[in-house]
Ligand binder design. Structure first.
Ligand code: PLP
Length: 494
């Protein structure tokens, strides 16, 4: 029998036109009753901002609008759908209680210009969040102003600069290990320092001999991601901090990976002078597409006078106040007091878990990552086999011998229904597969993920071409990612 070729166009649930392409002249989205008040022409209300010459405005029905956006919303992969193992991003569950609390009237609707006496509740939320973060980090003071991890980095570096300036020291460089997060060297450059890279040792940690050599009186400090991007804790941190301090430098710790340390180890106890936290990683506030995040900066006593103003303090009568009288402050780094809603969510999480719960979350995050590492290391190359914490980093060395790279494995993983891990980062591991399951994943889900990766490794042995053409089951197949990044077409034209 002759096989019929399928000429039908797939239903739009498989692929969606732009709303502009759905336009049908004369269609209208709303039916309004006749006016029973005098008509006001739009140009009377909107004056010069009123335009009648907008071309190509979509003319669609209400149902088309509803279906269009509902269909698009189903294209997302989300932490609410399944494991999101993006290494370095700590994509943990955002508990619903955080959202409920952040929408409470009073917290959601107070105005940042309201007088202090009228917003004591909001100031108390900020103050308590700071108190918890001080306790968790072992540092002496916190500013909640920075709106992202990278802004926390910049703020911390400006604090170092202000401190050294005050002592009349013009140091030029900051040491950044090659296992640092990518934002670290960028922040160093923006803060006006030169980046001096430090090579890691064979275990993936700071090489003390290299550090000793590099740490001259031209160096303002060391910027250390800890645990580093290999998921490895810098076990020599005390000696590292002593060496930097002995030469007059300061220790900055990128604490965005505190998911591996909360309740177990405190940077303030091992020699860190200044650090930042990512509330949107460690403390379960949502990651937006570029925000709103929160990257509080925590400091020891020596740097405290330089913190961004205003600071939030408690008066003798227990009330909270904003202190603008900070002559040594580096100034504001963000409007008002930071992303307030993020502090509300983080505090809800901190109080809901409590000290024991937070420690358990840390232990589970480390356990989950080590489980994945143990069950995949016979299949994928593990370039740094040191004990690791919350994330593990394999390389595609074995699969590359069959012509398949980390990005290809990630594309095939999409066919199995998983969000990919982080590909090709950190840079000290060529062809990296960086996996961070977080504490949110249960064993069944971890097993399914591990089985998927083991199965893909088998496919690579049998038929590498098949994996190279993945994904096979998605709405769109391989995209030209380099072209999309280098020559983006951001404007729709009919
Ligand atoms: C270790 C580390 N440092 C810094 C950052 C930068 O944080 P943000 O993306 O909020 O600027 C991240 C982000 O994932 C990170 O993982």
């Amino acid at each position: 029998m002759k096989r019929r070729t399928n000429q039908a166009r797939p239903h739009v649930t498989r692929n969606e036109d732009l709303i502009f392409e759905r336009t049908s002249p004369g269609k209208w989205g709303a039916e309004l009753p006749p006016l029973d008040v005098p008509a006001v022409r739009p140009e009377q209300l909107l004056a010069e901002s009123f335009r009648e010459d907008v071309e190509g405005f979509p003319e669609v029905s209400e149902l088309e609008v509803v279906r269009h956006f509902t269909r698009l919303s189903t294209w997302n992969y989300a932490i609410d759908l399944g494991l999101y193992p993006l290494g370095s991003c700590t994509m943990k569950y955002n508990p619903r209680i955080n959202e409920a609390v952040s929408r409470l009237e009073g917290l959601a609707t107070d105005h940042p210009y309201a007088p202090e006496q009228l917003v004591q509740g909001c100031l108390r939320v900020l103050f308590e969040t700071m108190r918890c973060l001080i306790e968790i980090t072992g540092m002496d003071a916190v500013s909640l102003q920075p709106a992202a991890g990278a802004q926390g980095e910049l703020t911390g570096l400006l604090l170092i600069r202000a401190f050294l300036d005050e002592r009349g020291q013009k140091r030029k460089r900051i040491l950044v290990p090659d296992s640092a997060h990518g934002t670290n060297p960028a922040s160093v450059a923006i803060a006006g320092y030169e980046v001096q890279p430090l090579k890691s040792d064979a275990r993936g940690c700071v090489d003390l001999v290299e550090l000793d050599h590099a740490m001259t009186d031209e160096v303002a400090g060391l910027m250390l991601t800890n645990p580093n991007t290999l998921g490895i804790f810098e076990g020599q941190i005390r000696r590292i901090a002593d060496l930097v301090h002995a030469r007059g430098g300061l220790v900055y710790m990128d604490g965005a990976n505190m998911n591996a340390l909360v309740g177990v180890a405190r940077p303030g106890d091992f020699g860190v002078d200044v650090m930042h936290l990512n509330l949107h990683k460690t403390f379960s506030t949502p990651h937006g597409g570029g925000g709103p995040g929160s990257g509080p900066v925590a400091v020891n006593k020596t740097l405290e006078p330089f913190l961004p103003a205003p600071t939030i303090e408690q008066a003798a009568d227990g009330s909270c106040r904003l202190n603008y009288d900070r002559p040594q402050s580096i100034g504001r780094v963000r409007s008002f007091y930071g992303n307030f809603g993020m502090a509300v969510r983080a505090l809800a999480y901190l109080l809901a878990y409590g000290p024991e719960g937070l420690r358990r979350a840390t232990e589970d995050a480390v356990l989950n990552s080590n489980y994945i590492k143990a069950r995949l290391k016979d299949i994928f190359d593990l370039p740094y086999d040191a004990p690791s914490l919350h994330e593990c980093v394999f390389s595609d060395r074995r699969q590359a011998a069959r012509g398949v790279r980390t990005g290809d494995v990630a594309k095939r993983l999409i066919d199995y229904g998983f969000h990919p891990y982080t590909t090709a980062f950190p840079l000290i591991v060529p062809g990296a597969l960086m996996i961070e399951p977080t504490e949110s994943a249960g064993k069944a889900e971890l097993d399914a993920f591990i089985d998927a990766l083991r199965s893909i490794a088998g496919e690579i042995e049998e038929d590498p071409e098949f994996v190279l053409k993945a994904p096979h089951t998605t709405r769109v197949r391989r995209l030209d990612e380099a072209r999309a990044a280098r020559q983006p077409r951001l404007r729709w034209k009919p």
